[in-house]
Design a protein around this ligand. Sequence first.
Ligand code: IMP
Length: 180
Amino acid sequence: MTQTAIKSDQHFRVLIPEDRLQARIQELGQQIRAEYGDEPVTCIGVLKGSFMFMADLVRAIGGPVRCEFLGVSSYQGGTKTTGVVRITEDLTAPIESQHCIIVEDIIDTGLTMDFLVRTLKVRGPKSLKICTLLDKAANREIPLTADFVGFSIPDEFVVGYGLDLGEFYRNLPHIAVYTP
Ligand code: IMP
């Protein structure tokens, strides 16, 4: 990626504006809280992409919420998945006997989420569900359905609101489509 491309806006169009994102996250939060009642929920944000979504979602869920993060690397800077998933940062506490929700920015092929579910299940959570802001279901290589989905989107590369291209654009307040 060249500096020119990073500075230019011509390769982007807004797919989901900020107000729609925020409204949907409020709905997701209420849906999640209704499902667990007064029980504590452990939200496990997948870094780095979910950091903004996680921050807004846990506030929308309200009530007793623990926040944990799991660092995962699967793309190494490009726009195509490598299929190689690696944990770069682990949880800080056990999740045994806790209601857990994996909070992800996007599920694309499903390889990363499949790896995360298998990795976390063996730690004995009381329950383990998946919440993803974006779902590119058409691109799935591993059959996998999220329990809570913000938006289903077409098979296009998106940036913003935590999602990056070569580590840039995570700070956009909306979701935009990148066209090379
Ligand atoms: P998967 O393993 O193919 O499902 O991809 C999951 C991970 O790839 C996500 O956590 C993102 O970090 C990244 N990813 C997938 N699609 C996109 C995209 O359109 N934009 C930015 N990152 C993406």
